[in-house]
Design a protein around this ligand. Sequence first.
Ligand SMILES: NC(=O)c1ccc[n+]([C@@H]2O[C@H](COP(=O)([O-])OP(=O)(O)OC[C@H]3O[C@@H](n4cnc5c(N)ncnc54)[C@H](O)[C@@H]3O)[C@@H](O)[C@H]2O)c1
Length: 452
Amino acid sequence: MNTQLTASSSFTDLKNRIETRKARVGIIGLGYVGLPLALLYSEQKFPVTGFDIDQRKVDTLAQGGTYIFRITPEEIAAAKAHGFKATSDYAHLTEMDAIIICVPTPLNEYHEPDLSYITNTAHAVAPYLRSGQIVILESTTYPGTTEEVLVPILEEENKAGLKASYKGAASDHEFWVAFSPEREDPGNTEVARHNIPKVIGGLDRQASEIAAALYGSIFRRTVPVSSPAAAEMTKLLENIYRCVNIALVNELKMLCLRMDLNIWEIIDAAATKPFGFHPFYPGPGLGGHCIPVDPFYLSWKAKEFDFRTKFIELAGEVNVAMPYHVIAATIGALNRQKKPINGAKVLVLGVAYKKDIDDLRESPALTIIELLQKEGATVSYNDPYFPFVGRGRKYDLQMKCAPLDNLAQYDCVLIVTDHSDYDYKKIVSESQLVVDTRNATRAIQSEKIVRC
Ligand SMILES: NC(=O)c1ccc[n+]([C@@H]2O[C@H](COP(=O)([O-])OP(=O)(O)OC[C@H]3O[C@@H](n4cnc5c(N)ncnc54)[C@H](O)[C@@H]3O)[C@@H](O)[C@H]2O)c1
């Protein structure tokens, strides 16, 4: 290892290294967030090393392969040509100038924050820390995690007795710490990732400045806030805002169905208001790693302050009920054709949690498939992004993607995810009955369609 690197770099040194693209960037967790981030730094000619405990991911990248649909082998090859490497060996962390942590933050079985990925990462990083490095957490989490969870482990378990810099003038025995939330919107092709402003909360002024320089080299705009906790809370506010508004339109959709009104028509009309209204759309239930999960990080933390986050809980209640509403609507639609759900052949169209992405996490389709099976239906699925659905954290389906031919064999085709590649006109014309949870068939008039 380069002995120069073990010496502490001053604040100005590190900023210079960032400005001249010499700063070595280590990204921990090469998933949906970490791998694209590594590629962005690599595109900007930074020497990047990715760290992951999943050896299959490390091996795939070493062979020039990819495991995320929207990232091509050509992008991996270009990054490798710029020196990008992936490893599971944490010892290389000492060589890094910046360490960015992008590990999962799920809920446990009691719907409480599971910080084990963050704490495991902190335990693994600490022995390799050196002074003059910056450690940045990107994983979505409750306010206080960076200071109350990450920093104490790093401080207690590093070998040189290093401390996090709090005073804005780091000494030779300090490292910098910041939190900067990932705000990516998978599948969104309208806003390029580098155009999404990056919120940054450093533990002190120097940490904020270094993080701003680092992110400023790949993002157009950085938004400094006063502390890591303020940055943590910013991310949660954004996701809670989405979660609550989706619950609102989901509830109003159910009312509209009873009143024989079309909620989508109404949302589109309301969205013509040039101020004060932002459209959210109803669906079969929340999915993805963020919206169904993150709000509960805050409601858990709020209890420490004798506070109940009633909006979050109410929104959770409405959104969790949506797959059950879809099942009731499917049973009703079959019933009107004098068919019981028990024994019916149902094709679930789309299992990804939202359109045009290859991510199954927390997808409502999985719950819907399980509920249909419990009712005695024979369920198949089709999704161009998933040739097979095996075992996940909460399900074990072991199903193969069914072809889209011979749709007439199904008693019902249930649209759960409105992928753009589907030819909805053809699907409706070939099916006996279509239950549409996404308004994917908005342009089609047919008695076969039941919107729910
Ligand atoms: N996916 C998104 O669109 C998105 C958007 C915004 C925020 N986030 C947040 O970003 C964080 C990461 O999410 P993601 O979607 O990339 O998760 P992911 O599951 O796709 O990737 C996480 C990666 O971390 C690796 N990992 C776990 N523990 C590790 C350890 N100790 N050391 C090294 N690697 C480890 C896993 O093997 C995996 O490759 C989460 O907090 C999530 O809430 C995700």
